[in-house]
Design a protein around this ligand. Structure first.
Ligand code: ZN
Length: 265
């Protein structure tokens, strides 16, 4: 078996493995996205709670201030009623009016705070409902991920053993190249690609990954099971499907036989 075929055995196992794991990975990505959304909502709830605590404390302070102002007003009123002089009476009434005006301001501010507290509570209740809902989605996503993992576990184990066996057959240099390709190839790039026939007569073949014409020299090397060939453009390691190789060789044999017959006549 040529080096390309040995590598192809490994590649096919790798493809089966990544195909199996693809669904699991998708389930994992979904789970992570849902968990992240729930965490963000929880963060939002924490922020709302702390704003609420601050406002409630301020409202409480206002309330106490209003109480002490009311007490102060009662005292001032009593003293005004029992004032000895009209000057003292006027001064006490002026102070009483000042305290009253201040109290009104604080009461207005308090009303504003109460409205704010109400809307924060409404917002918090909404966020908490969303957290609960998202939590259910996360649970379902987690269950789905676990199920997929269990579903493929045996098959993955089996394939991983197969992979080890296939990997052991590949010469070190070819394996190094293959693993380097696996590392550098992006998701939409192929590590290996079959060559595709454009014209058998003109020996025109293209890389199955990027459709660049493969030089005839590389095609011949593949046909003869020689060294590894890489596409000059996308660097995929090229291979030829057995069926196509057989067809090309049968056609070449026939042509040779025909030529030989023609010459012998
Ligand atoms: Zn290519």
């Amino acid at each position: 078996m040529g080096v390309t075929s040995k590598l192809l055995n490994l590649y096919r196992v790798d493809q089966q493995l990544s195909g199996l794991k693809r669904k699991l990975k998708a389930a994992e990505r979904y789970l992570n996205a849902q968990s992240a959304q729930r965490d963000a909502l929880q963060q939002q709830a924490e922020t709302l709670k702390s704003q609420l605590r601050q406002l409630e404390a301020s409202a409480h302070n206002d309330e106490q201030e209003v109480n002490s102002m009311e007490e102060r007003m009662l005292t001032l009123r009593d003293r005004a009623n029992t004032a000895q002089t009209s000057k003292e009476h006027t001064a006490l009434l002026t102070e009483l009016n000042t305290v009253k005006a201040d109290k009104t301001l604080i009461e207005e501010r308090g009303l504003g705070r109460l409205t704010e507290i109400d809307s924060l509570r409404t917002a918090l209740a909404e966020v908490e409902a969303q957290i609960e809902q998202r939590g259910k989605v996360v649970e379902v996503a987690k269950k789905d991920r676990d199920e997929r993992e269990t579903e493929i576990r045996d098959r993955v184990e089996e394939l991983e053993q197969k992979r080890e066996a296939a990997r052991a057959e590949v010469p070190a240099a070819a394996l190094a190249l293959y693993e380097e390709r696996q590392n550098v190839a992006s998701d939409d790039e192929e590590v290996m690609a079959a060559i595709e026939e454009l014209s058998r007569k003109d020996m025109e073949y293209t890389c199955g990954a990027c459709y660049t014409i493969v030089p005839a020299e590389l095609t011949n090397r593949l046909l003869q099971r020689g060294d590894l060939s890489q596409c000059g453009k996308c660097h995929a390691i090229l291979y030829i499907e057995d069926g196509l190789r057989d067809e090309i060789q049968t056609a070449a044999d026939k042509k040779r036989a025909k030529n030989a017959t023609a010459q012998s006549r």
